[in-house]
Structure formats: structure tokens, C-alpha cells
Ligand binder design. Structure first.
Ligand code: GDP
Ligand code: IMO
Ligand code: MG
Length: 431
């Protein structure tokens, strides 16, 4: 039986999705990136060797797997080529096993300039974007002016359209943001050599996936970002510009819900967030230092220090609902080793009225304070443990409480960065 799996983040990104996608694709035929762009940074560690991927689907380290970048992803051809070359250097050849949707919007230099200019102008109200041009690229898509991957096949038309769109951007960059204009000829000059490399990868990826479904091939769908960075369901406006929740799979691939057999929510055993915006359980004390140092909480894309905090079970329950999660994968359990006590936020309280508020009732995050349950920590090392029964009693207790609160099973536990540091609690994936 084939089982198509969706793997998505339930928090604010960097939950460890890349590692889990890599682990779960070993027996699959396809791995699909369906939203976001090179704002993502997915880290894989195989036998101690680290690879960070931004655009290329994480399952491609298995040479039997075909990768698809579907229509929901915004693609920077320059970044894609960089990544292909990086993999080549590491003896991973993706030749004939990477397909890109002809409908994917392009991310080009003017998007990046606009992203950076806007953040600068916003000053203290900045969002803390990755500065990769992702927001402007999605704006172009919705405004129906985007250049798309398929347009690379018509060079003459491309040049004309590029000139027009760059002049539209320059008007804003120069007049409003007081920045230097972008030269469309330079954008074109940089873009043209990429076309040869990616020309044969340009496909109708919806068709490819439907053929795979008909042939009963297993497909893994790889989410980027996390549920609370979702443009609709996240902590708006401190969000990214795509749907990182479950709907992004459907619109971002053209595959319907009846073909999604299992939806796995990847959840860090604590919380992190990069960039600005609400973060109710954020810490500024020694526990933050513990998470930061032991968990190496620095962005895989920008190198920024990630903000850290206790696990927020209120938002996690919201994630379970909005994504129809089948089960959870708890990552970075080993990072909790050595803490005297561990907290879980089980409710939010309004700081002024002391009333308990539900997630969807919040209109001002400034007024929210977490209510915690406290559990004993453990002093033993869990790094690399592969069997549930080998975990300390206190760690199992913590995991049991998460299951009890969320009402869904924890089917995978990750106990270290390496592909092999994993506990498969229930095999819903390889059958
Ligand atoms: P993603 O964006 O969700 O794929 O996550 P990132 O790769 O940006 O960040 C997760 C980080 O945690 C990476 O450095 C991973 O190597 C690391 N990691 C993943 N799972 C574990 C784990 O269980 N334990 C530890 N210590 N590190 C992990
Ligand atoms: P992965 O896939 C964590 C955050 C940025 C910023 C906000 C908007 O590795 O989990 P953008 O550049 O997307 O317009 O920035 O979203 N952000 C991420 N944070 N992990 C990511 O991806 C992220 N992608 C974007 O820090 O707060
Ligand atoms: Mg990441």
C-alpha cells in the first residue's frame, strides 16, 4: 500500500522538518516542496555530514527519489543553481530527478531589493524577513504580473516583460524608498545562463504527481516555514507570504485531499521563532541560553539568533485543528536534557482582566501571558536514543502530557540531528 505523507511545521518554522522529510523519504518515489521559497533552511545530517537545503526538496539525498518543486513555490533560478552545484560538489547528482512547475513564480533581484527597502523603511516596525524577496514575489503572483518558470522558455518575450516589470519596481524603489534602481539588463544577464540548466526540468508537475498517484507511488510533501507563519492562520502581519498550513499542499500542487493519507506535524520539544512578532512563551533567562547553546538555535538561512521559549500547547492545539494533523513528531527532545524543570503553556490569560482566552479570541498579543504546568526534568542523556523504553521516565511523562493535551499520537521522536537519531513510536509511514 502506498501512503502519501505531508510533513509540516506546527510552530514558527525550524522545527526540524528537513531531517524528518529525509528520514521518511527513504522508501518513497517522490518528494515535493509545495510552498515558500529560499527563505526556508532545512538541515540534514547524515553520518555526521551536514547539508542545508533551501529550495531543493530534502528527500533528494536518497538517490532513488524524484524531487518536485511545485507551483506553490516561488523559485529563484540563481539560488536553485547554487544549490544544485553545492550538491554536485558533494557527489549528489539530481540530474533527471528534479522537476519544477512551469507555473512557479520567479524570485528575481528586484524582489530582493524591494524586500530589503521595505524592511528598512519600516524601521522598528520591521517584520524581520529573511530578505530573500519572498513577499514581493508572492505579491506579483497575486497581482497577476509575475514572471513564471515557464516564461524562461520564451527568451524574447522574457526580455520585454522583464523591462516592463523592472520599470514598475524602479518607480517605487527610487521615488518612494529612495533606493538605487535595478538594471533589467543585469537581471537578464544573470538569468539567461540559468535557463540552459533548468530548461529540461520545467514540467507540468500536477500531471507528474497525478501519474504517480495512479501508479501507486509513495509521495512525501515537504512543508516550509511553520503554521504560525502562515499568511492566513499565522500571527499576521508577522508572517511569511504563503500558506504553510495544510491548504498550501492542495493549491500548491494540484493534488486533492483524498490523496493525503497522513499529515505529520513536526513540533520542537520547546519553541523558537526568528524575526519579530508575538511569542507568548518567549524566555530571556538562563533557559533561553540553554536552548540556544544546546539546540544551536541560529537560523539555517540567515544565521540570526532564534528567540526561544517553552512549548506552547495552546498554539499547538490550534495547529492540530487547522492542519487536520494525524500525528506528531517531537524533535530536539535531547535539548531538554539537564534542565531541572520543564514547562508547558496550557492556557493564555489576559494580563489586564485575568480571564483565560482562547487562541482565536486574541486581538492583541501584548495582553497575553502564558499559564504553565511544570514537570520535573531529567539528568540523563537522551541524545541518539532509538527506543521509547530507553527514555528517562520524566521524558516519557512529558511526551504523554503532550499527547493528552493535543489528543493526537506522537508517532516519531527525534533525539539528535543525525538521520539515525530517531524513535519510530508507531510505524504509520513505511507500510
Ligand atoms: P527545518 O527548517 O524545520 O528543517 O529546521 P532547521 O533545519 O532550520 O532547524 C532544525 C535544527 O535542529 C537543525 O540544525 C537540525 O540539524 C537540528 N535538529 C533536528 N532534529 C534534531 C534533534 O532531534 N536534536 C537536535 N539536537 N538537533 C536536531
Ligand atoms: P523553515 O522552512 C523560520 C520568517 C522570517 C520572518 C517571516 C517573514 O526553515 O522553517 P519572509 O522572508 O518569509 O518574508 O519572512 O518569516 N521565516 C522563517 N522562520 N523558518 C523558516 O523557514 C522561515 N521562513 C521565513 O524570519 O519572521
Ligand atoms: Mg529552517
Amino acid at each position: 500500500m502506498n501512503k502519501n505523507i505531508v510533513i509540516l511545521g506546527t510552530q514558527w518554522g525550524d522545527e526540524g522538518k528537513g531531517k524528518i522529510v529525509d528520514y521518511l523519504t527513504s522508501d518513497s518515489s517522490y518528494v515535493v516542496r509545495y510552498q515558500g521559497g529560499h527563505n526556508a533552511g532545512h538541515t540534514l545530517v547524515v553520518n555526521g555530514k551536514k547539508t542545508i537545503l533551501h529550495l531543493i526538496p530534502s528527500g533528494l539525498l536518497h538517490n532513488n527519489v524524484i524531487g518536485v518543486i511545485s507551483n506553490g513555490v516561488v523559485v529563484s533560478p540563481l539560488e536553485l543553481i547554487k544549490e544544485i552545484n553545492m550538491l554536485k560538489k558533494n557527489h549528489i547528482c539530481i540530474n533527471k530527478r528534479l522537476f519544477i512547475s512551469r507555473s512557479s513564480p520567479l524570485v528575481l533581484q528586484y524582489h530582493i531589493e524591494m524586500d530589503i527597502a521595505r524592511e528598512k523603511k519600516l524601521g522598528i516596525s520591521a517584520l524581520g524577513t529573511t530578505g530573500r524577496g519572498i513577499g514581493p514575489a508572492y505579491e506579483d503572483k497575486v497581482a497577476r504580473r509575475a514572471l513564471r518558470i515557464g516564461d524562461l522558455k520564451n527568451e524574447k518575450n522574457l526580455s520585454m516583460r522583464l523591462e516592463k516589470i523592472v520599470s514598475y519596481y524602479n518607480h517605487q524603489l527610487v521615488s518612494f524608498y529612495k533606493q538605487k534602481p535595478v538594471d533589467y539588463k543585469i537581471v537578464l544577464r544573470d538569468l539567461l545562463p540559468t535557463i540552459d540548466v533548468i530548461y529540461d526540468m520545467i514540467k507540468d508537475t500536477t500531471n507528474i504527481l497525478h501519474r504517480a498517484i495512479k501508479d501507486k507511488k509513495k509521495i512525501v510533501f515537504e512543508g516550509a516555514q511553520g503554521s504560525f507563519l502562515d499568511i492566513d492562520h499565522g500571527t499576521y502581519p508577522y508572517v511569511t507570504s504563503s500558506n504553510s498550513t495544510i491548504g498550501g499542499v492542495l493549491t500548491g500542487t494540484g493534488v486533492g485531499p483524498k490523496h493525503l493519507d497522513y499529515i505529520l506535524g513536526v513540533t520542537k520539544a520547546y519553541s523558537t521563532r526568528v524575526g519579530y512578532g508575538p511569542f507568548p512563551t518567549e524566555l530571556f533567562d538562563n533557559t533561553d541560553k540553554h536552548f540556544s547553546n544546546k539546540g544551536h538555535e541560529f537560523g539555517s538561512t540567515t544565521g540570526r539568533k532564534r528567540r526561544t521559549g517553552w512549548l506552547d500547547a495552546v498554539s499547538l492545539c490550534q495547529s492540530v485543528h487547522i492542519n487536520s494533523l494525524s500525528g506528531l513528531c517531537i524533535t530536539k527532545l535531547d535539548v531538554l536534557d539537564g534542565l531541572n524543570e520543564i514547562k508547558i503553556c496550557v492556557a493564555y490569560r489576559n494580563v489586564h482582566t485575568s480571564e483565560v482566552i482562547s487562541f482565536s479570541d486574541i486581538d492583541d498579543w501584548e495582553n497575553v501571558t502564558p499559564i504553565y504546568e511544570t514537570y520535573p526534568g531529567w539528568n540523563r542523556k537522551t541524545l541518539g536514543i532509538k527506543k521509547l523504553e530507553d527514555l528517562p521516565y520524566e521524558a516519557r511523562n512529558y511526551l504523554d502530557r503532550i499527547e493528552e493535551i493535543t489528543q493526537i499520537p506522537i508517532d516519531i521522536i527525534s533525539t539528535g540531528p543525525d538521520r539515525s537519531d530517531i524513535i519510530l513510536v508507531k510505524d504509520n509511514f513505511f507500510i
